[in-house]
Design a protein around this ligand. Structure first.
Ligand SMILES: *Cc1c(COP(=O)(O)O)cnc(C)c1O
Ligand SMILES: [Zn+2]
Length: 482
C-alpha cells in the first residue's frame, strides 16, 4: 500500500499505564487490566514531549486545520489528530468507515429561550453505526489490525458485553475487516432496543443473550478475557478510550480552539466517554493547542447514579459504591458499576489541577425523556442520552453551575431512531411503572386516521382523493385560495 503523501512521519512510543499501581506494559500484547493489581489502563505516548518541540500550539492548530481538507481516508476520521491518538499505526492499519467529524448544531432561538441558556448539540448519532462508540471502535480495530498484521494471527475472536451500541459498533467494524476476525457480542436479553439488536445481527456477528442487565454480561466477558484468548472490546480496552478522545479534539477545532465560556455535557454510563473527553482536552492544553479547558458536566439518571453519588460527597472523604440499577430510558447509560470509574477519578482530579471545572449532576427519568422529546421538537435528533444531557443542562443551570452566557455543548451520543421505542412508550402511555415516567398530553403525538379504509372500495379514485382532501380541510380549517 502506498504511503499517502500527507501521512505524518511522527511515531510515538506507546505503553499501557496502570492507574492504580503505576506499572507500565508494552503495547505489543493485548492487555485489559493490570496483571499485577487488576487496575484499569490508559495508554500514553512517552515520546509526546517531542511534539511540543516539533511545533508550537499555533503550528499544531494549523496542521490539524489543514488536515480537515484531506482526501487521505486514513486521516479523514478520528485520525485527523493522529499524533494525539495512536501514532504507532501505519496507514494500512487504519480502518475508516466515516466515523468522527460529526456536526455541531446550534439550537434554535426558541429552544435557547426555553432553556434560558445558549446551547448546541454535537450529533454523535451521525456516526456510521449511529453512536459515538464508532470513535473508539475505529481506534481499537485499527490497532487490532496492526497486531494481526505484525503477528500473522490466523483467528481472532472479538468479544464485548454491551448496552447495545458497543456491540453494534464492534460488529460493524469486525464485519468490514472480515477474516481473521470473528465478532461475538453478549447482550442483556430484552434490555437493548430492537434497533440495537438488529445491528449486530445484520453485520453477521454471533449474538449471545444473557438474562439480567449489562453488569451481568460484563462479568461473563471479563471472565472470558482473563482466561481465554479473546480480544475484549469493552471500555476496559484502553484503545477505545483513545479513539473517543477525538470528540474533544473536534469540539475544540469547531470553536477555533477557543473553549472559554463553554461547558461540555456528557451522559455517564460506563464512564469511558467522559474519561476520554477529559483526556482529550488535557492533551490539547498540554500541547498548547488550547489555552483554557471547558467545563465538563457529567449527567446521570437517578436510576443509575454511582458517579453522581461519589461526587456528591465532600472532597477528601468520598466513598465509591456501585448501585443496583433500575429501568432507565437512558438505557445505554444504565450501568451500576462503571468500569471506567477509576479513570474518571484520576482524570477529574487532573482536570481540576489544570484549572478545569468538573461536576456531575443527577436528573430523573421524566426529565430525561421529556428532554429528548422537547429538543427533537426543535430540530434535533437526540437519543434518550442526549435528552439526559438537556435535562442535565437545566439542572446545572438551576443549581448555579453555569455562567449566564456560557455555551452548553450537549452530547447526543446516539441517533434518536435507536431509542425510538421510548418515544413510542411515552406517546402511547405504556411505560412500565418502574420507569417512573408519567406522560403529559402536551408532549404526545400520534397519527390520526384521515379516511376509513372502507371508503377506498366505496369510491372511485377521484372521489376518494376529494373526500380525503375535504377531511384535511375540515381538520385544519383551511381557507380556499379563491
Ligand atoms: C455507551 C453509551 C453511553 C454511555 O457512555 P459511557 O462511555 O459508557 O459512559 C451513552 N449513550 C450512548 C448512546 C451509548 O451508546
Ligand atoms: Zn496495576
Amino acid at each position: 500500500m502506498e504511503h499517502p503523501k500527507d501521512f505524518p512521519d511522527y511515531r510515538g512510543t506507546m505503553q499501557y499505564y496502570c492507574l492504580e499501581c503505576g506499572t507500565t506494559y508494552p503495547i505489543d500484547e493485548l492487555y485489559y487490566t493490570c496483571p499485577k493489581c487488576g487496575g484499569v489502563f490508559l495508554l500514553e505516548d512517552t515520546g509526546r514531549s517531542r511534539l511540543t518541540e516539533q511545533k508550537n500550539g499555533a503550528e499544531w492548530r494549523a496542521t490539524f486545520d489543514a488536515r480537515a481538507a484531506t482526501k487521505t481516508t486514513s486521516l479523514r476520521g478520528i485520525f485527523r489528530f493522529y499524533e494525539l491518538m495512536a501514532p504507532v499505526l501505519e496507514p494500512e492499519d487504519i480502518v475508516y468507515l466515516g466515523e468522527g467529524n460529526t456536526p455541531i448544531i446550534r439550537a434554535s432561538k426558541a429552544l435557547e429561550d426555553y432553556a434560558g441558556q445558549p446551547l448546541a448539540y454535537k450529533n454523535d448519532g451521525q456516526n456510521p453505526s449511529a453512536s459515538f462508540k464508532d470513535r473508539g471502535m475505529a481506534c481499537a480495530f485499527s490497532y487490532l489490525k496492526h497486531l494481526v498484521r505484525k503477528n500473522g494471527w490466523e483467528h481472532v475472536i472479538t468479544i464485548c458485553a454491551s448496552t447495545g451500541d458497543t456491540s453494534a459498533a464492534a460488529a460493524l467494524y469486525a464485519s468490514y475487516i472480515g477474516e481473521p476476525l470473528k465478532s461475538v457480542v453478549l447482550l442483556p436479553k430484552g434490555k437493548v432496543t430492537a434497533q440495537q439488536l438488529a445491528q449486530p445481527l445484520g453485520s453477521g456477528a454471533q449474538v449471545l443473550e444473557v438474562p439480567g442487565v449489562f453488569d451481568d454480561c460484563m462479568k461473563v466477558v471479563e471472565y472470558l478475557a482473563d482466561n481465554y484468548r479473546v480480544a475484549l472490546l469493552n471500555s476496559k480496552n484502553a484503545w477505545r478510550i483513545l479513539g473517543q478522545e477525538s470528540y474533544a479534539y473536534e469540539v475544540a477545532q469547531w470553536y477555533d480552539w477557543d473553549l472559554a465560556g463553554k461547558a461540555v455535557f456528557v451522559p455517564i454510563g460506563n464512564a469511558g466517554n467522559i474519561t476520554a473527553i477529559m483526556c482529550g482536552f488535557l492533551k490539547l492544553l498540554d500541547l498548547g493547542v488550547i489555552a483554557e479547558l471547558p467545563k465538563i458536566i457529567g449527567v446521570q439518571s437517578a436510576h443509575a447514579d454511582p458517579v453522581f453519588n461519589y461526587y456528591r460527597q465532600p472532597a477528601g472523604c468520598r466513598v465509591y459504591e456501585p448501585v443496583t440499577v433500575r429501568p432507565s430510558v437512558a438505557q445505554a447509560a444504565m450501568i451500576g458499576n462503571p468500569v471506567s470509574f477509576p479513570r474518571v477519578r484520576s482524570l477529574a482530579s487532573a482536570y481540576e489541577k489544570h484549572g478545569g471545572i468538573f461536576a456531575v449532576v443527577q436528573v430523573c427519568e421524566q426529565e430525561i425523556i421529556e428532554g429528548m422529546l422537547k429538543v427533537n421538537r426543535h430540530g434535533h435528533i437526540a437519543c434518550t442520552q442526549g435528552g439526559e444531557c438537556f435535562a442535565g443542562l437545566l439542572r446545572a443551570k438551576e443549581i448555579g453551575l453555569l455562567d449566564k452566557d456560557e455555551l452548553a455543548i450537549l452530547d447526543s451520543t446516539a441517533h434518536a431512531l435507536k431509542f425510538i421505542g421510548f418515544q413510542e412508550m411515552y406517546y402511547t402511555d405504556s411505560f412500565p411503572a418502574s420507569y417512573e415516567v408519567t406522560p403529559r398530553d402536551e408532549l404526545k403525538n400520534a397519527p390520526e386516521n384521515l379516511i376509513d379504509s372502507s371508503r377506498k372500495d366505496a369510491l372511485d379514485e377521484q372521489a376518494f382523493t376529494r373526500e380525503a382532501a375535504d377531511n384535511v380541510v375540515a381538520k385544519l380549517g383551511l381557507k380556499s385560495r379563491g
